[in-house]
Design a protein around this ligand. Structure first.
Ligand SMILES: *[C@@H]1O[C@H](CO)[C@@H](O)[C@H](O)[C@H]1NC(C)=O
Length: 360
């Protein structure tokens, strides 16, 4: 049986028992189910079991159909990108598989072997269609979307530092708030060359002028699918401590997926990404003035991080001190504990008296 025919077959077998029982109640094929006069009788005897079995069956069917749906979507997305990947990277995928499955709704992309680029890590993450329970829950809470994210780690030092992004106007604010580098270093601005639905978040006009021409036409063509396009030398998520090493330079692209039949629509976004691989090292070199501004912004950001880290350390030390004190008191003999309690009472009393005299 072909796979295409299998889904209707399962659907039919789901419906079938109901039909058989319905017929049984009218008596037409009652002979084939001799033990029960009617569907009602059968339900009375096996109601719970029937419910459990149909539920398990539904879970299995959901798993099979959902997994298959995601597989088709992931593979057709990859098929659209693959010619570009093959043309640009010596190695596509790992261990022979161009697209590695991580979960029925998560597929991993790995590329390497190209000038200016260290590695590319990608993830196609879709709705957990294979999981009935999660599907119901995500349906009730925030809807999850099918997305593809590509992280390019560029070779260090081949173009200017700086943070620049193109995001949709509608979600731009929340994207900016979500990512540390965008929040810390960029400001939003409108651009004539961009589709009306898109804006830039940028650290400097010079960066915008260098990067936007490489990508604007391509992003405009698929603006409706873009989540973000980020060029950055800073971490996406706030680091815990200040790093002495420079952070990896990266380009991050994230977009939503159209239906499997229309995946071609996302191609211009990936083309924009590929255009940056040579384009940034060639075109993105800011003047000395801008460069020193960018350096200064990073120094201030790391000071800020340092302050936060110190406050955090102080808080942890204080917590540890209180914990140790409590531990110590717990281990004292009852006699010593009583003495300690008396002593603390006295101290508290003194304090109160002092306050009273001060007031008076
Ligand atoms: C891309 O990079 C970000 C930040 O480093 C990380 O959180 C995310 O998981 C990465 N995504 C992929 C697909 O590697």
């Amino acid at each position: 049986m072909s796979r295409g025919a299998f889904i209707p077959a399962i659907a039919a077998s789901l419906v079938m028992p109901g039909m058989v029982f319905a017929d049984a109640s009218t008596g037409s094929i009652a002979a084939s189910i001799p033990y029960f006069e009617s569907f009602d009788e059968l339900r009375d005897r096996f109601g719970k079991e029937l419910m459990y079995i149909s539920f398990i069956f539904l879970i299995l069917v959901t798993y099979w159909v959902g997994k298959r749906h995601n597989e088709v979507l992931a593979k057709s997305t990859m098929a659209v990108m693959l010619p570009l990947f093959r043309a640009n990277f010596a190695r596509v995928g790992d261990n022979g598989a161009e697209l590695a499955i991580d979960a029925p709704h998560e597929y991993i992309i790995y590329l390497t072997g190209r000038r200016h680029v260290a590695t590319v890590h990608g993830l196609i993450k879709m709705r957990p269609r294979q999981d009935l329970i999660r599907t119901i829950f995500t349906f009730l809470s925030t809807p999850v979307q099918d997305t593809c994210t590509l992280n390019v780690t560029m070779n260090p030092g081949e173009y200017s530092d700086g943070v620049f992004a193109v995001v949709p106007k509608t979600t731009g604010i929340s994207v900016r708030a979500k990512f540390y580098d965008l929040t810390t270093f960029t400001k939003a601005s409108n651009q004539k060359s961009l589709d009306a639905s898109l804006i830039t978040l940028t650290e400097s006009n010079e960066l915008t002028e260098a990067i936007l021409p490489l990508i604007s036409d391509k992003l405009n063509k698929a603006a409706q699918w873009l989540d973000y396009f980020v060029v950055s030398d800073q971490p996406m998520y706030k680091p815990e401590t200040v790093s002495t090493e420079p952070y990896a330079k990266r380009i991050s692209l994230s977009f939503r997926l159209p239906n499997a039949r229309y995946t071609r629509e996302i191609l211009p976004l990936v083309e924009a990404l590929v255009a940056c691989l040579d384009g940034l090292p060639r075109d993105c070199h800011v003047t000395a003035v801008t460069k020193s501004k960018i350096i200064k912004a990073r120094e201030e950001a790391s000071k800020e991080l340092d302050k936060k880290a110190q406050a955090e350390r102080a808080r942890e030390l204080e917590e540890k001190r209180v914990r140790e004190k409590r531990e110590y008191e717990k281990n004292l003999s009852p006699e010593a504990q009583r003495k300690l309690a008396v002593k603390e009472e006295k101290r508290a009393l003194k304090k109160r008296q002092k306050m009273v005299t001060k007031k008076a």
